[in-house]
Design a protein around this ligand. Sequence first.
Ligand code: SF4
Ligand code: MSK
Length: 656
Amino acid sequence: MSEEKKKIDNRRTIDPAALAVIDRNDRDGQVETAYDRYVKMQPQCNFGRTGVCCRICLQGPCRITKKSSKGVCGAHGYTIVARNLIRAIAGGCGAHADHSRHMFYAIHELVEGKAPDYAIEDPEKLRRVAERLGLTVEGKEDMELLKEVVALAEADFSKMSDEPCKWLETTVVPGRMEVFNKCNIQPRSVHTTIAEVMGQTHMGVDADPVNLIFQGLKTSLADYISMHIATDLSDILFGTPKPVTTEANFGVIDPEMVNIALHGHNPLLSEMIVRVARDMKAEAEAVGAKGVKCLGVCCTGNEVLMRQGVPMLTNFLSQELPIMTGAIDAMVVDVQCIMPGIKAVSECYHTRIITTMSHSKIPGSYHVEFTESRAVEKAREVINLAIEAFKERQGKGVDIPDVKVKVTAGFSMEAMEDLFKAVNPDEPIKVVTDAVDSGQLRGVVLLAGCNNLRVLHDASGAHIIKELAKHNVLLLATGCAAGTAAKLGLMNDEAVEKYAGEGLKAFYKTLNDANQEKLKEKLPLVFHMGSCVDNSRAHDFTTALARQWDVDVPKVPFVASAPEAMSEKAISIGSGCVTLGIPTHVGVVPEVTGSALVNGIALQIAEDVFGGYFIWEEDLEKSVEKILGALDERTWKLKIHQQTAEKFETALSAGW
Ligand code: SF4
Ligand code: MSK
């Protein structure tokens, strides 16, 4: 057995509920999960891990070694690493574009009168988005306006001309657009940019690593556009999230209910299932259940948590484990981050795995093809499968770890502004900039991204959150990092008492006091902003800070951290953060270290050009130090320049 194999066991999580299931399975069961497969997979290939394996043509795989510094075609390591990296960014962008396009299709059907089960849930958001896009709003009916918004979205998805994409131009500060123009990385549109990457990285096209990386950064902007369109369209269709309190972790499973886990990313069907489930109590009661309970996994979970207050069951890495409680009647999946392994686990239980998208299937699963025109009917079909499974469950034992915690989520940008307005009605975001200027807050950090078995599940996210809170950092979260906070009791008011420093506590007190009448629960330690695509909300937060300070983003004390980055989407989101001017910590070193040049661009040169840069750091203490260091550098510079501007009564300098 290799050294690495000896060191690693399958107890690679700090989530007490997940550990309870893993331990019980080790004692009594034989179900294989990702935690076991990761151990079996060791040692993993170092060529792949450092990015120096090329399989782009059939002469490969070519691997860069001491003996052979170039591939068969003569491609250097830096070309191979850069090509692999930007294909991953394109993969991430492709996934977000897929999600976003689906929202677009649904709204298109709605506008055409072919999606009778959907409606415009948030007409005010529609008007805000339309105004931001430069459309005339006055005197127009909602549907007419939605049609115009959708036409602009279609152009951003697919136009071939050079004018700026609307969802980029209207959501970032002018300084960013100047940088994008100067570097020639403005995407023509989302789809053309993805296609460009595939052409540019074909065998024998671009060998220049810098040119390749710039195309990668352009693609990360296309990714940002996709995410922003998805968030805006989802809010228009299903409502913009507002604070909501519920519970998280395996203890939310109720053995007396028909339990349906909603997993994936796309809210189109899951929203319908949640709504229809409320009307199908009688059908559930007819088979002896108390009702139908929906529970969330990964980002579909985040979507329905944010808008409907659906309890959060678990995040990415532990997705197979709820099935092993024996009490999940159906796991309904749509797209992205769905482990094919759930099917094999479900075979040991009565659980129905139900795929719902034509391009996202798992062999042997139930498939209920989702169509916008028959959304309610499809939701009923899915729930009926779960009810049938509940009947089969009777008489069989269940074992549910008794772990659940309170969660307050639902912090869209609009919800945040609403909170700030209670303190400063005219300039809401000034509540945050004032707190940073006065030293009450040390800055703002977004915890984003996935889980990854290369590090201890949930450990780095939890550690970073607790330490940054102690140091008075305002914390936002999205994706499975938000799942970590939710499951581990870091997304409620009790966590503020336990972990926040004095400055952060005082900041919360101001907000809680001002919003007393509105808030059912006091504010949580970490503000849940939504799913992966809702990183757009966090970018809007950064843009609002930059506008308030009247500076470009690289001057704003805002850092992103993906402690357990895993997917190609995480790579494209992280690259987008850097391009948009944000220092970005990644707790799992990506596959770029095989080229000193590409690695150097990510860590240093990016800062010179875009103001944002990557911080690879797996050590937890050092991660916190580096994140705080990045915040402090910006806060310090901002203060010096503010003091100078005040002293000489001039405008704030733009050139630092
Ligand atoms: Fe090897 Fe070049 Fe083909 Fe890549 S493109 S597999 S480096 S020959
Ligand atoms: S689900 S991309 S593991 S955040 Fe959005 Fe979680 Fe990452 Fe998937």
